[in-house]
Design a protein around this ligand. Sequence first.
Ligand code: AMP
Length: 190
Amino acid sequence: MNIVIFGPPGAGKGTQSKFIVEKYQLYQLSTGDLLRDEIKNKTDLGSKISSIMNSGELVSDDIVGNLIEKFVSNERYKNQIIFDGYPRTLLQAKNLDGLLKKYNQKIDIVLKLSVSLETVKQRIIERQSQEKRADDNENIAIKRYKTYENSSEPVIDYYKQYNLLKVINGEASIKEINSEISGLIEAMKG
Ligand code: AMP
């Protein structure tokens, strides 16, 4: 199965992805992590995207599209991917469908974690002291939340239309969210 995990920054996508990866033996494809690796490794791409990422904007659909194709085309990960932080725009959602089709795959479920801006701010402040991410401070957090609000609705509507969308209360505890997600995945597998 392939899963999309969706939600604003600080919603817990990364934490929940890691849980799902372990429980269902999947591979986590985090476009944010891949992009941060490019910056860390000082690649040409890294130098192009660092200011965009640090300002809380989205990098171009083309750039992230290329990154995910490397993953989706790899037999090793076939039908075992959790997409964490991708797609974030309607074009990305459509590109993903096309790409999966090309490699005889599809999305089985889209998990949307909903959290308020207040919660996001709090979590980002906590994460900042633990992970020291360059794009984690309160102002950028707000900017990233707004970016999400501006681009997410068409993506949500897109997946609703295919009956793939499951909305989860991201304000609940990590454990509660774990078990809700497990329930949804088990129900989907039938
Ligand atoms: P994340 O770790 O998912 O919060 O992503 C961190 C940053 O990477 C975002 O604020 C964007 O600048 C960039 N990014 C990650 N995924 C995408 C995507 N699917 N489309 C565009 N930009 C992305």
